[in-house]
Structure formats: C-alpha cells, structure tokens
Design a protein around this ligand. Structure first.
Ligand code: DSN
Length: 425
C-alpha cells in the first residue's frame, strides 16, 4: 500500500484505538481494505465523505438530549440544539419539506413512528410484498408492521414485473385502507408518486412513501420527489443520500405534531446527536451542485451496466433499470441460485446481495436472483466505461461460479481495477 493510502487510514483518527485495542483496530482496518479493494454493488450501501465520517466520531456522542430543540429533558443542550436545527433546516431545504424530524435512528424505527402516528393497531394499510420489492416494515407477517396492523400486500404485474397502478386503484377501492405506502427496496423502475397521491385521495387514505433507496435521487431532482405533496415520507440517510446510518421523517404541517410525538416519547429515547451532526453535513453536501452530477451519473452508470449485462445474456427483471438498481435473474440466466451467485461474486471481490425476483418460487434465504446497484461505485468516480468492465467481471464470475481458482484470478483483476479509483481522497 502506498504511503498516501496509509495516511488516509490514519485520517480516520484511530491512533488511540490502535494502541489500546489492536484486536478491534485490525478488523476495522481489514474492513476498510475490503471496501477499498472491492467493487461494492449493494444498492443500499454507499461511501460517506471524510467530513461525514469525522462528524460521526465526535463528542456529540456523549450527550443526552431527549426532547426537541429548546424543549429538552436534560441540561447542557445549547449547542446540540444548534446542530439539530441545522440538520432540520438543511433537510427541509433539500427536500422542499414543511417539517423534518431528524431523530429516527434508522429506517425501521422511522417507519414504525410513521405508522404509530397515522394508524391504530389493527388498522388496514397497503404495502408492496417483500418478495416483490417491498421491505419487511411494509407489512411482512414476521415484522411489527404485519403483526400490529392489518397489512394488505399489493403485488406487481406478473407479465411486466412492474407496478400496476390500475390494479392498486381497484384494490384500494375494495379494501379502503387507512394508509397507502409506496417506495421500495428492490424495484428497478421509476415510481409514479403522483399516481399514488391520486389513488390515496380517491379513497381518503394517508399518502406515505418510504424513499430510503432513492432519497439522493429525489433530492437531486433525478427522480420525482414526493416530499412536497405526500402526507408522510420516511427515508434512511445512508443510501443514495450518502450520509451516516440513520433516518428522517418528512411530513406536512398537519402531521408534524403526531410524527414528533411518535418518535419521542412514543418510540425512542435520546437521539444520537453525533449522527444528527453527520446528517447535517451530508445534507449540506447534497445541496451542492456536484451532488446533482453525482446522482445523474448513478443513473447513467446503471443504464450502461444494465445494457452490458443484458448483452452478455443476463435477464434483468422488467428488462432493465430506470435509475440505480438492477435485479438479475441468475436462475433463468445461468441456472444459478441467488445465494451461489452472491457467494461466487464475493470470492471475486464483487459485493452484492441475493434477492427474490418478482413471483419467485424460491425462498428469500436462497432466492432466484441478485440485487446490484451503482451508488457506491459512482461515489468512487467510476463512469460508463468502467460499468462495462464491471459487467464483464460479473458475467465471468457467474460463469465460473464453481471454480475457486478462476474466481481468485478474477479477484486479482478486480483489485487491480479498484486501485485506479479514489477511496477517501
Ligand atoms: N436493508 C435495506 C436494503 O438493503 O434495502 C433496506 O432497509
């Protein structure tokens, strides 16, 4: 490793840790090296900036601040209030929101708080089925969302593998849900949020979206942003938005009191203000013109990769992608279960996650496909020509999924390829 790269490791400020706890230190460094030398295609992951990383590792972690700015249950929060207000104001500006609660610890608690604000236990709501691109918190029976509420799961059109808005409208008229949730974790196409608003209005349902995956694209104007005209929108901050692990809830004036009460004292105790600070930093980054270029490049990269994968014989769910994510049907393309595909790629230094494809006949633990995306590799500065190279690495690894020595050779090529791209510059 070059001197320059070694110095970059130390910019994580780990000197004390290295001395006191070399055992923990070594695994952190090994993980850093894995990220640096591999191709990260998990679409829900990203690489935060040095500034975001630094904000997370601060003394703000020491502080309790239950409550909200100017209304805390602990003393000593004058500067914490400033930080939280900064995060709130930037979040509102970024998403054109009337209200932002920046305290949710992550996506699931954010969704839980939103449901507690809008629903009573047993109330009926709509969410997309997990196996077709929804999330556990969108009504899966093993999750609180399916246990506490009456979750009706809508599905995709089996022929097109796309959302069928007319069918959702009809189902809404029949079932009369109190809330309709859109926004997904494995849907490769753009979402017609305006249509969801119309469907909600036609049946008097609360209109909610979980934009965790596409928040960065919405903020940059690359995907339609539902925040200004939806009742409640949740998002994590660490995916395309490229901030720390955490979440935010946006809502209209009408919902703000209920949302704030649902987060605290309804669900959470002390907010993690070191993470709030990092959220504020990430929102400032996302307000820069360079973030718009970043978001546009994510989409260009995804389209270039999709085209190359399909030209090389892989079947992509719905025949491609509109923005950042692809679902590869490895069973149909290579007679390879998703778990084996994920493991073969990992041996080649390429990271993705196995995923169900719409109407999968296999179980989520070993489904029929893999999910890949371009947010993290775009952060490293890779462009369309690199997408084609990565697609060729993927196809080669899948073709040699059972040949460890060939996968090792591919990994060497991947490591060489990654050297060209910045990691904490
Ligand atoms: N676990 C996230 C994802 O990978 O999509 C969703 O919360």
């Amino acid at each position: 490793m070059s001197e320059q790269k070694k110095q970059k490791q130390h910019s994580m400020h780990l000197n004390a840790l290295q001395q006191f706890d070399p055992e923990a230190y070594q695994w952190i460094i090994k993980e850093q090296e894995r990220q640096m030398h591999g191709i990260e295609l998990i679409p829900s992951e990203n690489l935060v900036s040095q500034s975001v990383l630094e904000a997370m590792g601060t003394v703000l972690s020491n502080k309790y601040s239950e409550g909200y700015p100017s209304k805390r249950y602990y003393g000593g929060n004058e500067f914490i209030d400033e930080i939280e207000n900064l995060a709130i104001e930037r979040a509102k500006k970024l998403f054109d929101a009337k209200h932002a609660n920046v305290q949710p610890l992550s996506g699931s608690p954010a969704n839980m708080a939103a449901f507690f604000a809008a629903l009573e236990p047993g109330d009926k709501f709509f969410g997309l089925k997990l196996t077709e691109g929804g999330h556990l918190t969108h009504g899966h029976p093993v999750n609180f969302s399916g246990k506490l509420f009456n979750a009706v799961q809508y599905t995709l059109n089996p022929k097109t593998e796309l959302l069928d808005y007319d069918a959702i409208q009809k189902l809404a008229e029949k079932e009369k849900p109190k809330l309709i949730l859109s926004g997904y974790t494995a849907y490769p196409r753009a979402i017609d949020f305006k249509r969801f608003r119309e469907i909600c209005d036609s049946v008097g349902a609360v209109c909610m979206a979980d934009i965790a995956h596409i928040a960065g694209l919405c903020a940059a104007g690359v995907h339609e942003n539902p925040v200004p005209y939806f009742d409640i929108v949740t998002t994590t901050t660490h995916k395309t938005l490229r901030g720390p692990r955490g979440a935010v809830i946006f809502c209209t004036e009408e919902w703000k009191e209920k949302i704030d009460k649902a987060v605290f004292p309804g669900l959470q105790g002390g907010p993690h203000e070191h993470i709030t600070a990092a959220k504020a930093v990430a929102f400032k980054e996302a307000l820069q013109p360079s973030f718009k270029e970043y978001a546009q490049q994510i989409v260009k990269n995804a389209k270039a990769m999709a085209e190359e994968l399909m030209q090389n014989g892989l079947r992509l769910v719905s025949g491609g992608t509109d923005y950042y994510l692809m679902l590869v049907d490895t069973m149909k393309s290579k007679n390879l279960p998703g778990k084996e595909a994920e493991q073969a790629l990992e041996k080649a230094g390429i990271y993705c996650n196995r995923n169900t494809i719409p109407f999968d006949t296999r179980k989520p633990w070993d489904p029929s496909g893999i999910r890949i995306g371009t947010p993290a590799i775009t952060t490293r500065g890779m462009k369309e020509s690199e997408m084609k190279e990565i697609a060729r690495f993927i196809v080669k690894a899948l073709d040699h999924a059972k040949d460890d020595s060939e996968l090792k050779k591919i990994k060497a090529g991947v490591q060489e390829f990654c050297k060209e791209f910045a990691f904490y510059d």
